[in-house]
Design a protein. Structure first.
Length: 132
């Protein structure tokens, strides 16, 4: 009940909900650009991460594929996604951008906490301009 509306904030704007390790691997290892969002119930996800991500994907350049896993809910999918984030430690929320299966940009929780949605969006838009 609590997670569903938080998931829908991203799914309703085109994010694919990855709920299995196989789905994560298929997305991350695909050709092109893939955004993987580790969503969560925390306040910084609600106040900065999800709104910032929604702003960022309105940019003229954006990843070809938008995906999300939910920490603490889709535990196996989240664990699999985090394997692809090395050397970064597990954190939620977090945002990863892959290009042709390679991690090219990563935003950790400590880069989300205390920042505005606009700051998150601006960070992502710069990455989209460079890699998408």
């Amino acid at each position: 009940m609590i997670v569903k509306p938080m998931k829908s904030e991203l799914i309703s704007v085109g994010f694919e909900d990855l709920t299995s390790p196989e789905a994560v691997d298929g997305a991350v290892n695909s050709k092109g650009t893939v955004l993987v969002v580790v969503n969560s119930v925390c306040g910084c996800a609600a106040g900065a991460a999800r709104p910032g991500i929604r702003l960022a994907i309105q940019h003229s350049k954006k990843p070809g594929r938008l995906t999300t896993v939910f920490a603490g809910f889709d535990t196996e999918a989240t664990a699999q996604a985090r394997k692809h984030f090395a050397p970064y430690p597990a954190s939620s929320p977090s945002i990863a951008l892959f290009k042709d299966g390679q991690l090219v940009h990563f935003i950790e929780r400590h880069h989300i906490e205390g920042r505005s949605a606009q700051m998150i969006a601006d960070n992502l838009k710069l990455a989209f301009d460079e890699f998408c």
